[in-house]
Write a protein that binds this ligand. Structure first.
Ligand code: PLP
Ligand code: COI
Length: 340
């Protein structure tokens, strides 16, 4: 049955769908796939995910094309990255076959929730791995649960591909210099909530974090990576405390294709003066073209998008990237899995 949703006005919030997919890990092995229609988990109160943060997740999207086909973007990259996160906090790896089977089934069994072509919405896919086994002493669990649920979503930034504002927060770090900022574990997000709240209360869309060691370099950009365009160069931070974004990786490939030079390096804060265009990129955010960055403590404001529009290069990157996702641009790099 077609869900009765206002596709053009979806926000980025939970919506109940038909079912989710689950796998349990116990006695050193992954069990069989289970389908669940519940959006709750029955779990031991001493589960390690609740006390000791044994939790990691992923985020990817499926799109409906003009041809009505459903395409999932870079499934293989997310399958790899969840295991980098799992390894970092001592959780068992998920075999790639299980990850793919879970995502494909979650999408197929909820295909009427994949928003229509050109609605501006997509199906967000959220794989989640948690320690469910009880521990009171600090040790990894011996039981785990892997879940994939899906959720139709609209644009992460409410105005879509329109300039956003960022606040530089010098009072909090989301990650430690040699911590777990480079993987997608829940603790990083909890640690960024203070900053995000401060930004939202101040009327900003997101936060620009500085490197946690010297406060000299640009680091993560809320739940997204930072990139900038300087002349004919695409620049993005090299840092041990940021998540290697799959969107950013894809944009770097597209930028090279467009004839831009790509630099992945440390970016000093003072360089914000020199950029022609700035963006935040991620699965949820896609590209958030940055119009303004404010460093309240230093009383400095950096402005981009002078005419109120995203820059030309960011716009071109956005159009090609979105075109590949919905099947309008050739999938030259094999990024898309068509669901049949
Ligand atoms: N950085 C953080 C902290 C994120 O949560 C995300 C979102 O996944 C990203 C960057 C962007 O990564 P990706 O493009 O793989 O979604
Ligand atoms: C994503 O882009 O997939 C994210 O994880 C962002 C999310 C924290 C809202």
């Amino acid at each position: 049955m077609k869900p009765n949703l206002d596709w053009k006005n979806l926000s980025f919030e939970y919506i109940r769908t038909n079912c989710n997919i689950r796998y349990q890990f116990a006695n050193g092995a992954w069990g069989e796939m289970q389908k669940s229609t519940s959006d709750h988990i029955d779990m031991h109160m001493a589960a390690t995910c609740l006390h000791y943060g044994q939790e990691c997740f992923e985020g990817l999207k499926a799109f409906r094309g003009k041809d009505e086909k459903i395409r999932i973007f870079r499934l293989d990259e997310n399958a790899k990255r969840i295991n980098e996160s799992a390894r970092e906090i001592f959780m068992p790896p998920i075999p790639e076959k299980i990850f793919q089977e879970a995502v494909l089934n979650a999408v197929k069994l909820n295909q009427e929730f994949v928003p229509p072509y050109k609605s501006g919405a997509s199906l967000y896919i959220r794989p989640l791995l948690i320690g469910t086994g009880p521990r009171v002493g600090l040790n990894p669990a011996d039981e785990y649960l892997f879940i994939v649920f899906v959720n139709p979503v609209g644009p992460y930034f409410k105005n879509g591909f329109k300039p956003i504002s960022l606040l530089i927060d010098r009072d909090h770090d989301r990650a430690a210099p040699l911590g777990v900022g480079h993987v997608k574990v829940g603790g990083n997000y909890a640690a960024s909530l203070q900053s995000m709240e401060k930004a939202h209360t101040g009327g900003y869309d997101s936060v620009l974090f500085l490197d946690p060691k010297e406060k000299k370099y640009i680091d993560e950009c809320g739940p997204a990576n930072f990139f900038a365009i300087k002349g004919k160069t695409y620049v993005t931070p090299e840092s041990k405390s940021i998540l290697p974004s799959i969107t950013n990786k894809s944009l770097m490939t597209l930028a090279e294709e467009m004839g831009l030079k790509v630099e992945r390096r440390r970016i000093e804060l003072s360089e914000l003066e020199e950029f022609d265009e700035v963006g935040a990129c991620g699965t949820a955010a896609v590209i958030g073209p940055v119009g303004k960055i404010v460093d309240e403590k230093m009383e400095k404001t950096y402005e981009y998008c002078q005419n109120g529009n995203p820059g030309l290069i960011s716009t071109e990157l956005y159009n090609i990237y979105r075109g590949i996702q919905v099947g309008e641009e050739e999938d030259k790099f094999g990024w898309v899995t068509v669901v049949d």
